[in-house]
Design a protein around this ligand. Structure first.
Ligand code: ADP
Length: 498
């Protein structure tokens, strides 16, 4: 039992074994069936040939002895015996002649055939032939244990059966030939099996090597994160394609790893600056500034600003990693876009008022809805508006316009009359940690993450963001969002989410 279990395990341990075993099984069965069929056909054909030649012989002999068979004389019997012997020796067959009542008149070999005078009409083929039918029979000789094939031919004259000529031949020749053929077939089967094994092993090695290489590399990446190597690809078949995809995957993983490390480096760098500043303020306070009644509030104020900046930076970092993780699900609502804009404007209004900025709000349609998350969308617009306020000098104007566009889209533009963005910076401002004007942006508390977060949030809403700017004159951010198609589908969606 355990041997079978082991064989079974070995078979299904590798793809190569499974292929090999399947090929071998199919080929052996197929060859075996074909061989059996061929042997059967050979046997049938040989017997048909034999029967035909025995029949011809019987007919010829019949023509020779039919007259003598009618005469019941000793001479006639001797003539019959001579003819029988002649034919039998010529063809190496056994010939027995019986008269019309089934008694043996002559036979070519008394040791094998029945003796003279014996009544053998009880033997089926003799009986049939006496009735006038050409009959055949196969029998095993009790003395020699070989198969004999008999053709019994009725000798007829004047409408009656005069007797029967039975020609018999040993089937040992045919059996021998069949045995020989069987051995040849078996040899072919074994040889084919061996060739199959060799070809399968060769094929399996060809397929296995690259698969093993890839598997080893995948293991290495999984265990140690080592992505330093690509798999060698030298083939153009499916395995080669798999190798290419595998390498593409490694490339992608490397890129992701690079981006991740860059992000961590940037984030640490961003966190380091305010932390060091906090450190020096605390140091100054400890060194005595804390006792000074004019310096103390100043230092505490800057400490508060630094901590605020630190926490807003941390919030940004948290937000972007959360967005990257895509862990938020089921947060789709039916959001009234005018409400979101309204809330965002109210959130930045205090800062705008501090800088004497005018905020204009042009709402086109009060009842526009987008499928999404109100808090996230508000965050996206607050980021754009914060920039507009930060990068617009006192007395400037920030204009927000909402227009419904065909087909099923809403467009929100946020235009400021601020410092604008240099053309060289324009393509980069949505990148993480990118600041167009490092000094000013940092002093205004920017982390360089705001627009990256905004773009990420909008992408989640299948929206887009673009920017147009004239350096020194102001910038316009254009946001588009797909609308909830109709009130009904939005409601259906709502119910679907519940
Ligand atoms: P930050 O937090 O530094 O503002 P953002 O990702 O929000 O980072 O913006 C990236 C950069 O794009 C900013 O540093 C700034 O230089 C530029 N920028 C964004 N909005 C404006 C604007 N309305 N006017 C001028 N420059 C802008």
């Amino acid at each position: 039992m355990s041997i079978f279990k082991n064989i079974y395990r070995w078979l299904f341990r590798s793809l190569a074994n499974q292929l090999l075993f399947t090929y071998l099984l199919v080929i052996t069965i197929a060859l075996f069936v074909v061989s059996l069929w061929a042997l059967f056909m050979i046997k049938t054909e040989s017997i048909t040939d034999l029967r035909n030649s025995l029949e011809v012989e019987a007919v010829n002999l019949g023509l020779e002895i039919d007259n003598d068979l009618a005469l019941d004389s000793i001479q006639a019997k001797q003539r019959i015996k001579a003819a029988v012997d002649r034919h039998a020796t010529k063809l190496n067959v056994l010939i027995t002649v019986v008269n019309d009542d089934g008694h043996v008149v002559a036979d070519s070999n008394a040791s094998v055939a029945p003796s003279s005078g014996e009544n053998i009409s009880n033997q089926a083929e003799i009986n049939d032939a006496l009735a006038g039918i050409l009959a055949v029979a196969t029998r095993t000789s009790p003395s020699t244990h070989t198969d004999w094939y008999y053709v019994a031919y009725p000798v007829r004259a004047a409408g009656t059966t005069q007797g029967v000529i039975r020609v018999g031949v040993s089937l040992s020749n045919i059996t021998q030939r069949l045995r020989h053929d069987l051995i040849v077939f078996l040899e072919i089967i074994v040889a084919t099996g061996m060739v199959t094994v060799l070809i399968s092993l060769w094929l399996a090695r060809r397929v296995n090597r690259p698969v093993r290489e890839m598997s080893a590399m995948a293991k290495k990446i999984a265990l140690s994160g080592d992505m330093s190597e690509f798999v060698p690809v030298s083939r153009r078949d499916e395995i080669g394609e798999l190798g290419l995809s595998f390498n593409q995957m490694i490339g992608r993983l490397r890129e992701q790893e690079r981006v991740r490390q860059e992000f961590i480096a940037n984030a640490s760098h961003e966190l380091k600056t305010p932390t060091m500043a906090i450190g020096s303020v605390v140091e100054a306070l400890q060194a005595g500034a804390g006792e000074d009644s004019t310096l103390r509030p100043q230092f505490l104020n800057s400490l508060e600003r630094l901590v605020e900046r630190q926490s807003s930076l941390l919030q940004d970092l948290l937000d972007i990693t959360r967005l990257d993780g895509g862990s938020e699900r089921g947060w789709m609502d039916r959001v009234a876009i005018s409400q979101v804009i309204h809330d965002a404007v109210e959130q930045i209004r205090p800062q705008a008022e501090k800088k004497d900025l005018v905020i204009r709000l042009n709402l086109d349609n009060e009842d526009s809805f987008v499928p999404g998350n109100a808090i996230r969308l508000q965050r996206a617009f607050v980021n754009i508006l914060t920039n507009a306020v930060n990068y617009t000098p006192s007395g400037g104007v920030v204009t927000i316009s909402v227009t419904v566009q065909e087909p099923g889209q809403i467009q929100i533009t946020i235009q400021d009359t601020g410092v604008g963005i240099e053309p060289a910076d324009l393509p980069h401002i949505f990148e993480r940690f990118y600041r167009a004007d490092k000094a000013r942006s940092r002093s205004s508390g920017g982390s360089g993450l705001g627009l990256a977060i905004t773009r990420e949030i909008l992408a989640r809403h299948h929206g887009t963001i673009n920017v147009e700017s004239t350096f020194g004159k102001g910038s316009t951010f254009i946001v588009t969002l797909p609308l909830a198609e109709t009130a009904e589908t939005a409601r259906a969606e709502d119910q679907g989410n519940k």
